[in-house]
Design a protein around this ligand. Structure first.
Ligand SMILES: Nc1ncnc2c1ncn2[C@@H]1O[C@H](COP(=O)(O)OP(=O)(O)OP(=O)(O)O)[C@@H](O)[C@H]1O
Length: 252
């Protein structure tokens, strides 16, 4: 393991508007093997912090990934490696298969069809490039299937999937892409029953522990102290003053 942190936040602050901080002066190092559980009251700034890390929100201070700034990787490339998985995937247009094609198209040639444009808008919003490659046999299908997602759901529109189905598919895509060294998970199992949550927790913990996996660390927002205890190796509380590390999971 190298001595450079995988990810480092230096004096990171984010504001609703000038003079109205959501949090300020956040300093945090994330190392290989960490599953950092982020807790805090509703509205304390947990999602905002993940969006700052993935460069989806403006912020002051510095985010450093493997010793370099996001800009030095190129922001779209950085976001595939430090990958934010949003809380509400059901707001996406089209079907999960469309989305998988869009996000798999990073660095693939640009296409000009209306469908490709619509897909690339979504993918670029989430920080990926554009393109529409053949995704048959993609790892995301196998991951989703192991989490109980039937094949036909990939061709249903997001709007017609249950919250839990959409949540599992988005997460399966994030994992199946195989590009991320750090996953930033925003309440990834909030819409799931405990059995489905348990499968996902075990899968993700095993990925972080496996020396063969590209995934090296997770920052994981949860409102469940029990889930935090099951998956977490470190526990961070977000408050308006910043973040503080706690030695044991304190619950919410
Ligand atoms: N773009 C924005 N402009 C203004 N205020 C914002 C913006 N984004 C978030 N906020 C506010 O910042 C605060 C933190 O929001 P955030 O979503 O990060 O909280 P959270 O801790 O993730 O909450 P929850 O646990 O309810 O998901 C909230 O008061 C929210 O209303």
């Amino acid at each position: 393991m190298s001595s450079t942190p995988l990810l480092e936040l230096k004096k990171v602050g984010c504001y609703k508007q000038k003079g109205q901080p959501i949090f300020t002066d956040v300093n945090l190092q994330v190392n290989e093997g960490d599953i950092v559980v982020l807790q805090g009251k509703s509205g304390s700034g947990k999602s905002t912090l993940l969006k700052c890390i993935s460069h989806l929100n403006t912020y002051e201070g510095e985010v450093v990934y493997r010793g370099q700034t996001p800009q030095s990787y190129g922001i779209p490339q950085f976001r595939t490696q430090v990958l934010y998985v949003p809380q509400r995937p059901s707001l996406l247009p089209g079907t999960p298969r469309d989305f998988l094609k869009a996000v798999s198209g990073f660095a693939v040639h640009k296409q000009s069809s209306a469908k490709a444009k619509a897909a690339s808008t979504v993918s670029e919003t989430l920080g990926f490039g554009s393109g529409e490659p053949d995704v048959s046999g993609h790892e995301a299908f196998a991951v989703a299937e192991s989490w109980g997602i039937q094949k036909e759901l990939w061709d249903r529109t997001w709007a017609n999937l249950s919250g839990g189905e959409a949540q599992r598919i988005v997460l399966a895509i994030a994992v199946g892409l195989g590009t991320a060294e750090v996953l930033l998970l925003d309440e990834p199992t909030s819409a799931l029953d405990s059995e489905s949550s348990g499968k996902i927790e075990k899968h993700l913990v095993a990925e972080v522990k496996s020396p063969d996996s590209r995934l090296k660390a997770i920052v994981w927002i949860t409102h469940s102290p029990e889930q935090g205890e099951r998956v977490g190796t470190r526990f961070i509380r977000v408050t308006s003053g910043g973040v503080r590390e706690e030695t044991v999971d304190p619950g919410v």
